[in-house]
Design a protein around this ligand. Structure first.
Ligand code: FAD
Ligand code: NAD
Length: 471
């Protein structure tokens, strides 16, 4: 019987980061992964392929839409969709191979196949049975098991994903043609990122959303500015609509929807439909019942530092509660292993940034104005528009703003919400500042390089005390 200190089920960002950290700390560790490649949803069908297409389609639109010509670069681009998909696949393969390399370097064993927990041995070790592709089963025993099985798309009753005309995010990353009309159900992160890809390549895009706003949970002013920007780009929004049926044929799909508040149903014809109404924890066939764990809607719940309440069984990533983000899963994986190794592992859930990689990008960390108002916290606002930032202006990317929310009494930064160029990278400055409990004045008095878009971050902080210089 193969015995380990730790067996991790799932080789995504939660699982592979936990495994590498375990190797570094000298633990004997195995990762059970059923996919043909490591890296989970993020590397294979999530973060990375979507960013490859966002990057390529942004350049295509800059060339095709006249932005290059404005800069004096005259080109007549021709879309080679097959090549665009190939370069995406090549990049993904390089990344998943990179995880294999890191496993070897850190003495992590990859046990290929689908794993299920199978109770405990009489000595109290956890048992994981792994079924390989050829049907052969192997049993692993471990002092500790980490469940890192991730998530899957939430299905929408009445709209069956067939992988042809009605797709989920995985299908929308690999369409073989640019849709004439793409209807997206759900105005969240996936819908707006992948909608951007296909709109830039020439599709008409309509987003149908149940609520009367896009991106629920996002700072409202930022979400409204974002929706205005997407509308200017050509996105059409049908808010407050409930899709009740979708009828697919060989050439397209007919969607039936009705206003959430009541009213007449209407139909919408699409060439393709993307269903992106959220994701749900993946626990199918995992054998949790053999150790007495009952998952709920939020997945396998931990009320205490990744512990499930069952000795020796831990949980990290999308399969447990909290935001379904790769960096949250990574941080949990590392902290969980550090706790298993007797060290101090910790994740600060108040400071998990979120980014939407559209153009302009949207980036947020900490509390929104709506949350601060609801909690009765007195706060001050500093805001700076990118139109007043010299670098953004010279690059013709003046859309958006940086907004800093600081405690009215202590000046401690409580939330930062940005929409604009490169804000997905720049939000990290505020993550570090807030992790060190910085005041807005700390950022306002920190020298920033000129001319950079990062100066907008400083100017917004200066705005909290009303001494913005450049706007
Ligand atoms: P996963 O990545 O889902 O990995 C779980 C792994 O476990 C899978 O490989 C699965 O095959 C395996 N597994 C499951 N059950 C078993 C079993 N019984 N036995 C063996 N193996 C098993 N997040 C961001 O932060 N930034 C982004 O830009 C971003 N973009 C995204 C774009 C898209 C289109 C999608 C769908 C998601 C995106 N996400 C993004 C979310 C991100 O992918 C997830 O938050 C992240 O992958 C979660 O990591 P995880 O390790 O918890 O689970
Ligand atoms: P989401 O939660 O971001 O958005 C889903 C949207 O669908 C919401 O606006 C919701 O109100 C709407 N909706 C729900 N039910 C509906 C219905 N019946 N009809 C119409 N609209 C409905 O979910 P997503 O976009 O599917 O993304 C899933 C997860 O993947 C998210 O948790 C996200 O964090 C992660 N992700 C992250 C990134 C990133 O970090 N850049 C990119 C892609 C995905």
């Amino acid at each position: 019987m193969a015995q380990y200190d730790v067996v991790i089920i799932g080789g995504g960002p939660g699982g592979y980061n936990a495994a590498i950290r375990a190797g570094q700390l000298g633990l004997k560790v195995a990762v059970v992964e059923g996919r043909e490649t490591l890296g989970g949803v993020c590397l294979n069908v999530g973060c990375m392929p979507s960013k490859a297409l966002l990057h390529a389609s942004e350049l295509y639109e800059a060339a095709a839409g006249g932005e290059f010509a404005k800069l004096g670069i005259e080109v007549k681009p021709k879309l080679n969709l097959a090549q665009m998909m190939d370069q995406k696949t090549e990049s993904v393969t390089a990344l998943t191979k990179g995880i294999e390399f890191l496993f070897k370097k850190n003495k992590v064993e990859w046990v290929k196949g689908w794993g299920r927990i199978d109770g405990h041995t009489p000595e109290g070790l956890g048992k994981v049975v792994v079924k390989a592709a050829d049907g052969v089963e192997t049993t692993l025993e471990a002092k500790d098991i980490i469940v890192a099985t991730g998530s899957e798309p939430t299905p929408l009753p009445g709209v069956a994903v067939d992988g042809k005309r009605i797709v989920d995010s995985t299908g929308a990353l690999s369409l073989s043609e640019v849709p004439g009309h793409l209807v997206i159900i759900g105005a969240g992160v996936i819908g707006l990122e992948l909608g951007s890809v296909w709109r830039r390549l020439g599709a008409e895009v309509t987003v149908v959303e149940f609520l009367d706003r896009i991106c629920p949970g996002m700072d409202e002013e930022t979400a409204k500015t974002f929706q205005r920007s997407l509308t200017k780009q050509g996105f059409k929004f049908q808010l407050g609509q409930k899709v009740t049926a979708a009828k697919a044929s060989a050439s397209g799909v007919e969607i039936t929807m009705e206003p959430v508040k009541g009213g007449e149903a209407q139909t919408l014809a699409a060439n393709y439909v993307l269903v992106a109404i959220g994701r749900r924890p993946f626990t199918q066939g995992l054998g949790l019942e053999t150790v007495g764990i009952v998952p709920d809607k939020r997945g396998v719940i931990s009320n205490d530092h990744f512990k499930t309440g069952v000795g020796g069984v831990w949980v990290v990533g999308d399969v447990t509660s909290g935001p379904m983000l790769a960096h949250k899963a990574e941080d949990e994986g590392v902290a969980c292993i550090e706790l298993i190794a007797g060290k101090a592992g910790h994740v600060n859930y108040d400071l998990i940034p979120a980014v939407i990689y559209t153009a302009p990008e949207v980036a947020t960390v900490g509390q929104t104005e709506e949350e601060l108002k609801a909690a009765g916290v007195a706060y001050k606002v500093g805001k700076f528009p990118f139109t007043a930032n010299s670098r953004a202006k010279i690059n013709h990317e003046g859309e958006g703003f940086v907004k800093v929310l600081a405690d009215a009494k202590t000046d401690r930064i409580l939330g930062v919400h940005m929409i604009g160029p490169n804000v997905g990278d720049m939000i990290a400055e505020y993550c570090v500042a807030m992790e060190f409990s910085a005041s807005s004045e700390d950022v306002a008095r920190t020298c920033h390089p000129h001319p950079t878009r990062s100066e907008a971050l400083r100017q917004a902080a200066m705005g909290v005390e009303g001494w913005t210089m450049q706007a």
